[in-house]
Design a protein around this ligand. Structure first.
Ligand code: PEP
Ligand code: CO
Length: 464
């Protein structure tokens, strides 16, 4: 993973002062939703002391470089691509899964760079995406009630008493596995990925099944031509020309874990969460007087905020005031996740509310979380057509309201899973049984992800 070298001058990120009355643990004075209840508090305290001493996963200069990129995206000069698993699992920290996930994200970003004619901010939902919010603290099966699975950071998914007890050693394990993931990602993007730049090596067999095959072939052909042209004029393999920037993100849900990674660094003021570049606040924990907002207020990382249909104009304006009182560029990304049937009703008012504050934000669309449904046999799925429809509406609504959709947030994998239906191969509910691997939300597979990137290019280039 490589990053812009110099952070000594940040043209668009102005100097501001640190927040007062804040420490990494002041969140404890506020109601904290979605936290694990550990039976052994001493064991939790011991794990947190250990975690605090471990080296960080990212650095402050990487975080500030990302803020700079987000500021550029806010100015309309970049598009943001954020994607990865709904939840990572400890037992899926493998070479091939990491490679394939990174590959699909890089291929998508190449298609976007070429199709949108602008640089892309690349952010993975990985190396720390181990905690999940749940609608209930407990789960009951066949008359047995156990604590809900809250992600590998907290407990284990098996439905046994032992597996579901929150185990603080998992906090250390999550940090280690995140570090292993980061280490491999950094090596891969540092030069091992030349073949991603050659569309001949992409798996495009699905294209033949798409009604838009001709249009998509034109896109990949023109991408190949540009890449070949670059190689010809520079005389070098395009994969080695420029090392790519890649950043990490996760939902900062488990506040003890986040606090332990919140550090001060030499020659910088304030505090950084050094467990990830880009933490986000989930929909269920964005209360203005809640512990999560208190925690996020004091860190200098750029922040994502999920914005669902329940968000009100005053609430959103309040969040911007608390989380970005000095209206710094590059600080806030609003990730709306309305559902295709609700976005037209809810988004315009929120766009106006933000415009009235005058606070700079980057709006991106998460077309996944508002479109989750269950098949008649109870399998969680999402329909490609609805995901795409929400994304298309998002582009239109921003355009019509003097705003801009500046990115997307997707749950995806580089594997050929069958979790979302539809797409070029038109997967049916019946296909879901074949390769359904997610323990939480259904993800776009390799082909559906590439198709989504091409659809974004197509939509973006259409006149409104
Ligand atoms: C998620 O991104 O996996 C998630 C839980 O999203 P939301 O908070 O938007 O429901
Ligand atoms: Co999810």
């Amino acid at each position: 993973m490589t990053f812009a070298k110099s952070t000594s001058h940040h043209s668009s990120v102005q100097e501001v002062t640190a927040v007062s009355d804040w420490k990494p643990d002041t969140w404890k004075n506020f109601p904290a939703l979605q936290q694990a209840t550990y039976p052994d508090e001493d064991a939790l305290a011991a794990a947190l002391v250990e975690l605090q001493e471990l080296p960080p996963l990212v650095t402050s200069w990487e975080i500030l470089a990302l803020r700079e990129q987000i500021a550029e995206a806010q100015a309309g000069k970049r598009f943001l691509l954020q994607g990865g698993d709904c939840a990572e699992n400890f037992n899926e920290c493998s070479s091939s899964l990491i490679t394939n996930r990174l590959k699909v994200l890089l291929q998508m970003s190449l298609a976007l760079v070429h199709g949108l004619q602008m640089p892309v901010v690349r952010i993975g939902r990985f190396a720390g995406q181990y905690a999940k919010p749940r609608s209930s603290d407990v789960e009951t099966r066949d008359g047995v009630t156990l604590p809900s699975y809250r992600g590998d950071l907290v407990n284990s998914v098996e439905f046994t008493e032992q597996a579901r007890v929150p185990d603080p050693r998992r906090l250390i394990q999550a940090h280690s596995i995140s570090a292993l993931t980061m280490n491999f990602v950094r090596s891969l993007v540092d030069g091992g990925f030349a073949d991603v730049h050659h569309t001949e090596y992409w798996d495009l067999s699905w294209l033949e099944h798409s009604p838009l095959a001709d249009e998509f072939h034109k896109l990949t052909d023109s991408l190949s031509q540009s890449l070949r042209f670059m190689e010809t004029i520079t005389g070098r393999d395009v994969g080695s020309l420029r090392r790519v920037d890649f950043y990490t993100s996760h939902e900062a849900l488990h506040l003890h874990y986040e606090q332990a990674q919140t550090r001060q660094v030499p020659r910088q003021w304030g505090w950084f969460n050094l467990g990830t570049h880009f933490p986000w606040i989930g929909m269920r924990t964005a209360a203005l007087d809640g512990a999560h907002v208190e925690y996020f207020r004091g860190i200098r990382n750029p922040l994502g905020i999920k914005v669902g249909p329940g968000m009100t104009r005053d609430w959103l304006a309040g969040l911007l005031e608390v989380l970005n009182p000095q209206r710094e560029a590059g600080r806030i990304v609003l990730i709306h996740r309305m559902g295709e049937s609700k976005i037209e009703e809810h988004l315009p008012g929120l766009i106006h509310a933000v415009q009235e504050t005058g606070s700079p934000v980057l709006w991106i669309s998460d077309p996944m979380h508002g479109n989750t449904e269950s098949t008649p046999d109870g399998t969680k799925t999402r329909r490609f057509s609805k995901i795409m429809h929400e994304m298309e509406l998002a582009f239109d609504i921003h355009r019509a309201n003097n705003s801009r959709l500046g990115g997307v947030h997707l749950e995806l994998t580089g594997e050929n899973v069958t979790e979302c239906t539809g797409g070029a191969r038109d997967l049916s509910d019946h296909d879901l049984k074949r390769a359904y691997k997610s323990t939480v939300d259904p993800r776009l597979n390799y082909e559906q992800s590439l198709e989504m990137a091409m659809q974004i290019v197509r939509k973006h280039s259409q006149p409104s």
